[in-house]
Ligand binder design. Structure first.
Ligand code: TYD
Length: 136
């Protein structure tokens, strides 16, 4: 599987999901990562997924919700399809984020057993915001 390169492509909302590098302060005591002024929306909800077996999670897109996804422990793969192209992103460090646009059909899979997948979302939870029909 080919992963989309780690190098952030843009800090602005664009047609496809994009990676962000989160500022991190590292010294001999360890690392401190700060999520501040880099999320392109107001955060209204935070959820995290962990203890995942070999299941594929997600499998939807949204009407409105923008998300910023992080694997703050372990790793997983996020596959995105914006209706035009599909890209696979490997989230394998706590300071690498993926901005997922509403139009991006996304699935999360290949979770390591220790993976903690954290999502910051622009909207509160609403089943009506989900589109469960995949792109043809
Ligand atoms: P689900 O959408 O199946 O998760 P995934 O996208 O990882 O496949 O959500 C699992 C359950 O959690 C489902 O009953 C809905 C509920 N849920 C909430 O109540 N609030 C939330 O913010 C989210 C994301 C899910």
């Amino acid at each position: 599987m080919n992963f989309y390169p780690d190098t952030p492509t843009s800090q602005t909302i664009e047609l496809m999901a994009y990676l962000i590098d989160v500022p991190t302060f590292s010294d001999e005591r360890g690392n401190l990562t700060v999520i501040e002024k880099i999320i392109p929306f107001e955060i209204k909800r935070i959820f995290y997924i962990y203890g995942v077996d070999d299941s594929v999670r997600g499998g939807h897109r949204h009407h409105k919700t923008i998300q910023a996804a992080f694997c703050i422990r372990g790793s997983c793969i996020v596959s995105n399809n914006n209706g035009i192209e599909e890209r696979d992103y490997l989230l394998d460090r706590p300071n690498k984020g993926l901005i997922i646009e509403p139009r991006d059909w996304h699935t999360m899979h290949h979770f390591t057993t220790d993976a903690v997948f954290m999502v910051l979302a622009s909207e509160t939870y609403s089943p009506e915001d989900y589109i469960r029909e995949a792109y043809p």
